[in-house]
Design a protein around this ligand. Structure first.
Ligand SMILES: [Fe+2]
Length: 523
């Protein structure tokens, strides 16, 4: 297909996927401050646009110039290229309020991360880029409410786990039509697995191990029009889990017991490619294998979000002296209870708890990768636990729950992913003690596309886990959460299938948490 035709089709799909891109064609006609290019050459915005990490006065705007996204260099010359950007208060970009020019550099895969400042809080903005005479699609974004403001409502989506081969990103197509303040991405933005046969889509290259191959894997994922539509519809706030680097890694411990120095080099490459391809701030830019990704967002006095990193600082999984480097189901492993072991690392945990203690927000959200609730995996008598999640680091979880019990921050809500299934839970210190206090509410979202665990097998675990209020693994989708002063509502959104594009979406179930009363209730 000629590039121009393909782009028009992409644009039409984009248009169909969300109202946002309607502005693209309009903008091309009206052009705002910029004239439309006379003729189209090599379109540099094939990977779309994105925004992220919103603040009350600004947001990060992202794009990557890549006229040939699946070529090693993205089809770009080995030199810096200027990129113009604009932010406007209207979708036609007639009322431009901020703009400038930045350099897209080969050392950052010709990505740009514009940290816009000087915007008004709690408003919707539209933005676009221009390079080589070409205009990017128009993205929509939002600034956070001002500090101390008391916004009426917070609406966010929670997404995770988007294995490209396992299915289409139809969930994103629907998410792009939701009216959201932000999208929380809780990890497994890509999968590092080798190409496999017999699935709806296919990775085009072997398992990534270095910077060029991680860049290529990101680029392939970002060619997806539904993912592009979601990024163009709202700011993303992202954190990584394991597959952005390697399955079940722990700090510098590879699942394959690679030498730590070699694994740190691989991690550095993966972290760099992740940063290059996502709307993250420069302070999150990796320095070698180290990147500060945990951070806090304040949504006025309504909500505070602590975004956690449960991979970079963790101790190795417990009881892996049997030669199993990946997560496993453990029976009788005392090491998983060792108070000297940590999932968050001491520094991040101190930061988290200090922030919770100081928070004046009504809803205190822990946005993290995993299922936080205990999950006992031996139906009937006997006890078994997974080693890669919080159950492998039970003392760290207990420290957080004891803090919630002692200090009583307002309405803790834990959001998670990783499980490729929905879990709605009470969080307690002791799940077997009748009448134990519910200390927090937990919602784990299903995957965007990654295959879920066997429903029958996992359903059999639920009776031994009475704090689990709801479980479902047969659907792909996302969480839609809406909070106001009185209650938090979570809708479990599911698409009919990811085996073919374009399936419809529906709400599978809804839960609410009332202000001052921890524990989700079926709506
Ligand atoms: Fe996953």
């Amino acid at each position: 297909m000629p590039a121009t035709t393909r782009r028009l089709l992409d644009r039409r799909r984009f248009l169909a996927a969300g109202g946002v891109a309607a502005a693209v064609l309009v903008a091309d006609r009206l052009a705002g401050a910029w004239p439309a290019p006379a003729q189209r050459g090599c379109y540099p915005f094939a990977l779309g646009v994105a925004s992220g990490d919103p603040a009350p006065d600004g947001v990060v705007l992202w794009t990557r110039l890549a006229p040939q996204p699946l070529a090693a260099d993205g089809g770009m010359p080995a030199r810096a290229v200027p990129v113009d950007w604009q932010v406007a208060s209207d979708p036609q970009l007639e009322r431009v309020v901020r703009g400038g020019t930045v350099l897209a550099r080969p050392a950052e895969a010709h990505s740009v991360h514009v940290e816009v400042e000087g915007l008004e809080p709690a408003r919707t903005w539209w933005y676009r880029f221009r390079a080589g005479g070409e205009l990017s699609p128009v993205g929509r974004t939002r600034t956070l409410p001002a500090p101390g403001a008391y916004p009426r409502r917070l609406a966010l989506a929670v997404v995770s786990c988007q294995h490209f081969e396992h299915g289409y990103y139809t969930a994103y197509q629907h998410l792009a039509r939701e009216d959201l303040d932000l999208v929380l991405h809780l990890g497994d933005y890509l999968y590092e697995t080798a190409p496999a046969d017999g699935q709806p889509r296919r990775h085009i290259a072997p398992a990534p191990t270095d910077l060029p191959s991680y860049r290529l894997r990101h680029a392939q994922y970002r060619t997806d029009p539904d993912l592009q539509a979601a990024h163009a519809s709202a700011p993303f706030v992202l954190t990584w889990d394991d597959h952005e680097v390697e399955n079940d890694y722990a700090d510098d411990q590879s699942e394959r017991f690679d030498p730590p120095a070699a694994f740190r080099r691989r991690r550095a490459a993966a972290y760099q490619a992740y940063w290059e391809h996502l709307p993250l701030r420069r302070r999150s830019r990796p320095r070698g294998p180290v990147a500060r990704l945990y951070r806090r967002l304040r949504f006025g006095d309504l909500a505070e979000l602590a975004v956690l990193d449960t991979r970079q600082y963790r101790d190795d999984q417990p009881c892996d002296g049997n030669g199993v480097g990946r997560g496993q189901v453990l029976v009788g492993c005392r090491e998983r209870l060792d108070p000297g072991r940590s999932l968050l690392g001491a520094e991040q945990r101190r930061w988290l708890l200090a922030g919770l203690d100081a928070s004046r927000a009504r809803w205190n959200v822990l946005a993290q990768q995993l299922l936080m609730a205990e999950l006992e995996l031996q139906p009937g008598p006997g006890l078994a636990y997974g080693s890669d999640g919080w159950d492998g680091y039970a003392a760290d979880r207990a420290r957080i729950l004891r803090f919630l019990q002692a200090r009583q921050p307002s309405n803790p809500v834990v959001l998670g992913g990783d499980m490729h299934s929905f879990w709605v839970n009470d969080l307690k210190l002791n799940n077997r003690q009748p009448g134990a206090a519910v200390l927090a509410s937990e919602f784990v979202g299903t995957s965007i596309s990654s295959s879920g665990p066997p429903y029958e097998e996992f359903s059999a675990y639920v009776p031994d886990n009475p704090h689990v209020r709801f479980f479902e693994s047969r659907w792909r989708g996302y969480l839609r959460c809406v909070a106001d002063r009185r209650r938090w509502r979570t809708d479990l959104r599911v698409v009919e299938t990811v085996q073919r594009p374009g399936a419809p979406v529906r709400t599978l179930a809804s839960f609410v948490v009332e202000d001052g009363r921890p524990g989700p209730q079926r709506a």
